[in-house]
Design a protein around this ligand. Structure first.
Ligand code: FAD
Length: 493
């Protein structure tokens, strides 16, 4: 039986492993960390669990192909329980508060009550969110393997998406905000995603929640990663943890296998790289193999920024009722190279397994990008520790000022920065998503093959913007389908 070696045991690597087994190959995953999951992760501190990934899982609607794919890898099924959240997020400003509810009628009514003079713009926004509810991430096969019938089928379901692109594809979130007169609605439009991101991304993200296709599985991100790893092992796959790979060995036009950091060599018939592409090219194989599209995105940092964050987690000794995510104005605070006059907190009380009874975990995530990563990387170890502590304290003060009921009831659990994601996952500039699409630039995507190396394939969130869990998932499956196609076998797995 031919053997597929997968480098990296995040969601993409685990998915590739499961689909390789389904396709009849032997599969082994080599993961550098002691547990699988990569960026779909969580950890415990002082009896609390810090969940650090799923804000929404695209593909929780059983009518979608993505749901089938998540089910195949053991992430969710018909019995999965989801968090009972009712909103995407709320925004406060100048004594007012507005919310993007999962119930679109309610959002429309409340926003119009808040700002009747914006009624027309609000109605247009809501209508386009409804259109975007049809947005589908291809999960049956890669788009370049789709035939005319597949395209017609996909197009039928997404007939309204061009309208969303036309109206919101050429403006960013700041510009979207400017279409509204109400100060709080203006701010809301660039609260969740950084203002430079296309407005279209905000519409599609919100639509994922309103359509019921973006729920949060209970027990969190780590539990989901471990369920997938378990499925891989039950199917006969071998998962090597704490096994960093140092090289994908290429001879002529083929890879012969991988070399581990301990010096051992593991032969393979096929290799799927499911590590960060910024690490793959240059570290595991020569940078000369990098596909053109990808190289262009790495060069153009302004046009294709990355998303990472400085984050702080707290234990709350109270039944804090602020549901889910709230953005609010605060005294300016400089984090990395950016100064924030607004921050947010996300309340994790929706999952009782994260905290002792009557208590909850609260997190603040301050978005960072390339220049901020450089800033954090420029600090010495001592400066880094001092900076993290200082900023954590400054953020605590701002949260308590906004929520005085938390005075004396909020305790720091942990804080981490873009460097954490780089250390833990070798993530390029600490990014936990793929390249951001900014206005006027083409969405980044490439095939997941390596020109000049016949049996090496690439999976992972960088294969297609904006990345995230669904792209990681399908890219693992697609890499196996490319192997099958090359071997002249049916790609339907
Ligand atoms: C705070 C946060 C919030 C997020 N929210 C969401 C969300 O709500 N919805 C969503 O869809 N996505 C979300 N994401 C993004 C999502 O977590 C990622 O897109 C996804 O997990 C990436 O998976 P991946 O397998 O492509 O990459 P990774 O998870 O980076 O996996 C790569 C793996 O390769 C391993 N590796 C690296 N180098 C080596 C080596 N030399 N040898 C062996 N192994 C190696 C790494 O340790 C890692 O396990 C969020 C992420 C974060 C951090």
């Amino acid at each position: 039986m031919a053997k597929v070696i997968i480098v990296g045991g995040g969601i993409a690597g685990l998915s590739a492993g499961i689909y390789a087994l389904k396709a009849g190959y032997e599969a082994e995953i080599y993961e550098k960390n002691p547990i699988a999951g990569g960026e779909c992760m969580g950890w415990s501190r002082k009896g609390y669990h810090i969940d650090n990934c799923i804000h929404w899982l695209t593909g929780t609607d059983p009518k979608t192909g993505l749901w089938e794919t998540w089910k195949t890898v053991g992430a969710i099924d018909e019995n999965t329980e989801y968090a009972e959240t009712s909103k995407f997020y709320s925004s406060r400003a100048e004594g007012r508060e507005v919310t993007l509810w999962n119930d679109l009628d309610r959002t429309e009514k409340e926003l119009i009550e808040e700002s009747p003079e914006d009624a027309e713009e609000i109605k247009k926004f809501i209508q386009h969110v409804r259109y975007a509810e049809d947005c589908v991430i291809p999960s049956i096969k890669p788009m370049d393997m789709m035939g005319i019938r597949d395209y017609i089928e996909m197009g039928k379901g997404m007939a309204n998406m061009p309208k969303v692109m036309k109206e919101y594809g050429k403006i960013n979130c700041f510009e979207l905000g400017k279409r509204f007169k109400s100060p709080v609605i203006r701010k809301m439009m660039s609260d969740y995603l950084p203002g430079e991101y296309t407005a279209y991304s905000l519409i599609v993200s919100y639509a994922t929640m309103t359509s019921g296709n973006g729920k949060i599985p209970m027990m969190g991100s780590l539990a989901m990663s471990l369920r997938i790893a378990e499925r891989f092992k039950e199917m006969g796959g071998v998962l090597h943890t704490a096994s960093p790979v140092s090289e994908i060995v290429i001879k002529g036009k083929k890879t012969e296998g991988i070399k581990l950091e301990d010096g051992s060599f593991v032969p393979a018939d096929y290799v799927i790289s499911a590590v960060d592409t910024g690490f793959l090219f240059g570290k595991l194989i020569d940078g000369k193999y990098m596909p053109k599209e990808l190289a262009k995105a790495y060069e153009k940092r302004e046009a294709y920024p990355v998303t990472t964050g400085f984050q702080v987690a707290y234990a709350i000794d109270a039944d804090f009722s602020g549901e889910d995510t709230i953005f609010f104005d605060c005294e300016p605070v400089k984090i990395g190279t950016r100064t924030f006059g607004r921050i947010s907190v996300k309340n994790y009380a929706y999952d009782k397994s994260f905290a002792p009874e009557g208590k909850a975990v609260l997190q603040a995530n301050l978005i960072q990008t390339d220049a901020d990563y450089e800033y954090w990387a420029s600090l010495t170890k001592e400066e880094y520790a001092v900076k993290k502590a200082e900023l954590s304290e400054q953020i605590t003060q701002r949260i308590v000022k906004e929520f005085p009921e938390l005075e004396g009831k909020i305790e720091l659990l942990d804080s981490w920065s873009p460097l954490t994601y780089n250390r833990y996952c070798n993530a390029y500039h600490g990014s936990y998503m793929g390249f951001v699409t900014t206005v006027g630039n083409k969405q980044m995507r490439f095939k997941g093959t390596v020109k000049g190396v016949d049996n090496l394939y690439i999976a992972g969130q960088w294969v297609m913007s904006p990345g995230g869990l669904p792209i990681a998932l399908v890219s693992g499956k697609f890499a196996v389908q490319r192997i099958l196609k090359k071997a002249g076998k049916s790609i339907l797995i």
